[in-house]
Design a protein around this ligand. Structure first.
Ligand code: SF4
Length: 351
């Protein structure tokens, strides 16, 4: 049995799909050959995963053409004939791919676009509650995907879990020999103040005050993880403590993954870093602003938690991309440092 999973982007969504990998591997064991097609920039999320046999990349940003990708999949199919394509993206690109390989059976994820659309459009907390608590239930996207596929495959086992993504003797990715550059003192907490869209970010001043709170209330070190473009993390420079390690812009995706895998908790926005931490079974605290945990991206680990304020204007978009139209960014500003601090201590088991 050879299955090709397809999810081109984004970082968090690709990380979330490691749960689908784990589920398929648990279901079929060694009889399964599993290939994963993703965008070039996210291959490092997957190429050390013990459940994946081969990662196929598509470097569209680097100028790779569609015909080159088709040739790659043809080659894959000729070497190990494909039995099934799992389309976990359901975009025009993935539909084109399925069309090109129409002879291969395919399953396509139901992204519940209508549910998310209505949840975004039907403003009013009470109204949304009345409409259908079942329709807008809190189960995760991954749980939905696996439940759907499980019934389509007729397996009826419904097993799913995001964990078991660790492969090294200490729970780290084995391919990370480069990591000793960042010899971080254990144990440490990761703060992830970035997000793909501005409006999904809790104010940086709040993150700085949270860092002060955690330095005072715990004995753990803190590690800041963010991308090279996230200059706003310079705000942490006002904290003069050897226990604060600001690695914004200093780590590759692979290094960030390894750092996350060894952390004792990750506190951040509804973003890729939190989804990666979840994939390693690290307790997460996720802060939701314009998006809604009912979209299915809340952390679901036993010790994980999320904070999301109830506002008439929320959710205002399905991705967090839409600019805020209110005079203030209430959905994030209403989340206080004290409540995030208290919830952090809770997920650390130190409340
Ligand atoms: S305050 Fe309301 S309108 Fe503004 S980003 Fe948040 S949810 Fe959207």
């Amino acid at each position: 049995m050879h299955i090709l999973l397809v999810r081109f982007s984004s970082m968090g969504d690709v990380a979330l799909q490691t749960a689908t990998v784990n589920w398929l591997r648990a279901l079929y064991g060694k009889e399964l050959r599993l290939s994963f097609l993703t965008s070039q920039e996210f291959t490092s999320l997957l190429d050390s995963h013990p459940g994946i046999d081969q990662v196929i990349s598509f470097n569209r940003r680097g100028g790779e053409e569609w015909k080159d990708l088709i040739a790659k999949i043809k080659h894959l199919d000729s070497e190990h004939p494909l039995d099934l394509i799992f389309d976990l993206h359901a975009t025009m690109r993935s539909f084109r791919l399925k069309l090109a390989f129409w002879r291969i059976p395919a399953l396509t994820v139901d992204k519940r676009r209508w549910e998310r659309f209505f949840l975004t459009k039907l403003k009013g907390v009470i109204f949304k509650r009345l409409i259908s608590p079942k329709l807008f239930g809190l189960e995760t996207q991954v749980e939905r995907i696996i439940t759907d596929f499980d019934s389509l495959l007729g397996k009826g086992q419904g097993k799913w879990k995001t964990r078991e993504y660790r492969s090294g003797p200490h729970g780290e990715l084995t391919s990370l020999g480069e990591l000793p550059v960042y010899a971080l003192p254990l144990p440490y907490i990761v703060l992830a103040p970035s997000a793909s869209f501005l409006y999904k970010r809790w104010p940086i001043e709040s993150f700085v005050n949270l860092a002060k709170y955690l330095l005072e209330k715990t004995s753990h070190d803190l590690v800041i993880l963010a991308g090279p473009e996230d200059d706003f993390c310079k705000a942490f420079s006002e904290i003069d403590s050897p226990r604060l390690h600001n690695l914004q812009g200093k780590t590759s995706l692979k290094e960030s993954m390894s750092i996350l895998s060894r952390s004792i908790a990750c506190i951040g926005n509804d973003s890729g870093m939190n989804h990666i931490a979840e994939a390693y079974g690290v307790p997460c605290l996720t802060l939701f602003g314009p998006t809604d945990p009912r979209f299915g991206f809340a952390p679901h680990g036993e010790s994980s938690h999320h904070i999301s304020k109830e506002l008439w204007c929320k959710p205002c978009s399905t991705t967090g991309k839409t600019p805020c139209y209110r005079e203030r960014h209430f959905c994030m500003e209403m989340i206080t440092v004290e409540e995030v601090g208290a919830a952090s201590l809770k997920i650390l088991g130190e409340a």
